[in-house]
Ligand binder design. Structure first.
Ligand SMILES: Cc1ncc(C[n+]2csc(CCOP(=O)(O)OP(=O)(O)O)c2C)c(N)n1
Ligand SMILES: [Mg+2]
Length: 572
């Protein structure tokens, strides 16, 4: 067996021993030994391999698989620009704490800097966006290789999981490989085909165990000091985080009698106060109920009203930004638990019960007010977001695209149980949305997956729709709100009349495409949704499917203005 093949087989075997269940690759020649090892592992039923031709899409697919499965997901590319296309997904993984392992094949050192074809400087290609980088040694026949190769894999997995520094995220291994790259091809100077000699066993540890496992990280004392519950009015604010962290935060809040406000991907379900955003936008409401302290769990990114509250001089904020996308969130939970032991002071119970009651009453009034406006309006972004969330089947997952889709859900949808919401809030890009959603769907084929995204996000990632022959098709229904461009800008300062002349050209960037035809041309079922009544029927058809709703971004911006204008009155 040649060295590259031996290395690749050991490497993939060790990944699987370390818990890897899904891997993604895009084809290439320098990466061939690993590609073949992944294919062999899939044939043996040891992992699920996903193949994509576009590396950017492959990277986001791996990201979605990592977020959906909460396991490390490797993505393999060949050398050159192929590797660079992973950068956006690596950044999102880094900032949202998803365990993405970028594997970039490279030329061996003697070919670097010589003008060799398809060769760039891949060392630290992703800069600080990765938790760990290693330019792995070129595989060579020799004693001790098995130990070093397997240790390299174990270390990379540990960094990605956050075992080393408590921050799960992206890891980059650059893998220089020297020809021969295909099995059965002899190394120069060695015997002919079939030369199987290898100086040591290439077996892994007994019983399918990993080669090495890192020591569990000690939790610093500074995290363990309990916060005295002073009885101040305290609220829980949940940003982007995963189920277990959300659950413990919610449980803590309930024990202490704190009101719970949650962005959609905080996944607090019906424990959250509905229409909280409108409450926080109402000065009249805040002047009566502004909290003294906020426990902020997860990554909060969606609204200016929340940022204003967090920056308010009279509000004390405690942040718990846990690395959100890793299965072993036990440590995060332990930190939160130990910071807020017990049930909170007896004395404050009545006051907090009364506060929650007051908030719930204001929220109900606001929700009724918002609903009235949305009901009377045409089928725009607000109605689609609101009705979609309410009509999803229990057990579903919902990916929310950046820009208006996640914000419309945040504002208009009634919090509900039984739906897990995910998004790319690490850096809030509109890129890779389809691929991420496909990854989430393929990470658990038994759960129907839905996505709500804008038309620009859709067009940005059309590569995510194309599927290579033989690849599993996701049970994913993509709902695309087609407002012909970046509708969010119409709601922000660029939407003001004084910028009208240049609006379309440099902000809105409208397109002329029929998205139903686009989706069909790429092999997806697709239809246009013309009335809210059809939504329920459309959602049970299953995926892969694209449902397009044509809306008007100026009308939606007007609706938001009207909703905001009456909020003070509605909560009075
Ligand atoms: C990769 C990337 N490029 C640009 C942006 C800036 N951006 C934020 S929202 C937006 C418009 C998105 O349009 P669409 O997906 O149609 O959603 P809509 O605003 O219409 O709801 C853009 C370009 C971004 N967030 N990410
Ligand atoms: Mg749009």
């Amino acid at each position: 067996m040649n060295a590259a093949t031996a290395f690749a087989e050991v490497f993939v075997d060790e990944l699987i021993r370390g818990g890897v269940e899904h891997a993604v690759l895009a084809p290439g020649s320098r990466s061939a030994p690993l590609a073949l090892a992944f294919a062999a592992a899939e044939r043996d039923g040891r992992l699920n391999l996903h193949v994509r031709t576009d590396e950017r899409s492959a990277g986001f697919l791996a990201l979605g698989l990592a977020k959906g499965s909460r396991r490390v997901v490797p993505v393999l590319t060949t050398s050159g620009t192929a590797a660079a296309h992973l950068h956006a997904a690596v950044l999102e993984a880094s900032y949202s704490g998803a365990a993405l392992l970028a594997l970039t094949a490279d030329r061996p050192p003697e070919m670097r800097g010589t003008g060799a074809n398809q060769t760039i400087d891949q060392l630290r290609l992703f800069g600080d966006a990765v938790r760990h980088f290693s330019d792995v040694e070129v595989p060579e026949r020799g004693l001790g290789s098995n130990d070093r190769w397997r240790t390299t894999v174990c270390q990379a997995l540990a960094w990605a999981r956050g075992d080393i520094d408590g921050r799960p995220g992206a890891v980059h291994l650059n893998l220089p490989l020297r020809a021969p790259l295909l099995p059965g091809m002899p190394e120069s100077g060695r015997g002919g085909e079939g030369d199987e000699t290898w100086p040591e066993s290439l077996e892994g540890a007994a019983l399918g165990m990993p080669w090495t496992e890192p020591q569990p990280r000690a939790v610093g004392d500074e995290h363990l000091a309990a916060v005295a519950d002073s009885g101040d009015s305290t609220w829980l604010l949940l940003g982007d985080t995963v189920g277990e962290v959300s659950e413990i935060a919610v449980e803590t809040a309930k024990r202490h009698g704190w009101p719970i406000l949650a962005e959609p991907t905080g996944n607090a379900g019906r424990d959250a106060i509905p229409a909280y955003l409108g409450l926080l936008e109402s000065e009249a409401f805040l002047s009566r109920h502004r909290p003294q302290r906020i426990m902020c769990v997860g990554r909060v990114t969606l609204s200016r009203a929340v940022q204003r509250l967090l920056e308010h001089e009279d509000v004390q904020v405690e942040r718990f930004e846990f690395g959100p996308h890793w299965p072993d969130v036990g440590e995060s939970i332990e930190r939160l638990r130990s910071r807020f032991p017990g049930d909170g002071p007896e004395s404050g119970r009545d006051a907090s019960a009364a506060l929650i009651e007051a908030l719930a009453t204001a929220a109900d009034a606001l929700l009724a007010y918002q609903d009235r406006i949305v009901n009377e309006a045409y089928l725009g972004g607000a109605k689609v977001a609101r009705d979609l969330v309410c009509r999803l089947p229990t057990g579903a997952r919902l990916f929310l695209g950046s820009s208006n889709p996640i914000r419309d859900v945040d504002r208009y949808a009634r919090p509900r149980d039984g739906v897990e919401m995910l998004a790319n809030r690490g850096v809030a890009g509109i890129d890779g949305s389809i691929s991420t959603a496909v990854g989430i769907a393929l990470s658990d084929p038994d759960r129907p997956t839905f996505a709500l995204i804008g038309d620009l996000a859709f067009l940005h990632d059309l590569g995510g729709l194309s599927t290579v022959e033989g690849e599993p098709r996701p049970d994913l229904t993509l709902v695309v709100v087609d407002n012909r461009g970046g509708g969010i800008f119409a709601q922000l300062e660029p939407g003001r009349p004084e910028y009208e002349r240049d609006y379309d050209r440099v902000f809105g960037t409208p397109h002329q495409l029929d998205l139903v035809k686009v989706a069909r041309s790429l092999g997806w079922e697709s239809e246009e949704l013309r009335s809210a009544d059809q939504l329920g029927d459309a959602l049970v058809l299953g995926g892969p499917r694209v449902i397009v709703v044509r809306t008007d971004q100026r009308a939606d911006a007007d609706l938001l203005r009207r909703v905001r204008a009456g909020q003070d009155g509605a909560t009075a």
